[in-house]
Design a protein around this ligand. Sequence first.
Ligand code: SF4
Length: 206
Amino acid sequence: MNRRERLALLEERYRSCEHCKLSRTRTQVVFGEGNPEAELMFIGEGPGKQEDLTGRPFVGRSGELLTKIIEKGMGVERAAVYIANIVKCRPTVDLQFQKDRPPDAEEVAACSPVLLRQIEIIAPRVIMTLGGPATKFLLDTTTGITALRGKWAEFKSIPVMPTYHPSYVLRNGGDHSPLKKDVWHDIKLVMQKLGWPVPGKDERSP
Ligand code: SF4
């Protein structure tokens, strides 16, 4: 069985998952998407409203920014990488389905085996974690994202580069956010590690 088939089997197995309380409010499970042979995997924390409605990861406003980072900044198609979250159903405050929140420990414990299996199947050369929850989970740390971003770490011998979550960048100035410079710095480190051509100074900055 090839990687695509193994991922499809895993997705099928969790399509009706009820292993945690998020199953009670979700519209659909958001498994993840992209190239099963991807060299680079992005990991966020969980689906938001648009993701829950469409069943696809990172398709809302923060998804637009991530797509811009990948396509305009890195110069590759979004479909060339793989994008997933720690939990596959939308976590909202008091399960009211209005305001999003990071997944709690119980939800992460219930759902993370899916992500770990995705990583095992895809076996990316580099992982980029987006934001605090994904970084803390993968690196098994309580240190905040500000201290960790821009520095190489490792998960099961795979190099991990933590950076800010696109929604955090949007909440802090969007296109004019000073955080964009940090994210671009981290992206360039990833491209160097992968041996992808890195553009000159701000030539392709998203
Ligand atoms: S978040 Fe994960 S563990 Fe919880 S119901 Fe959804 S798929 Fe199952």
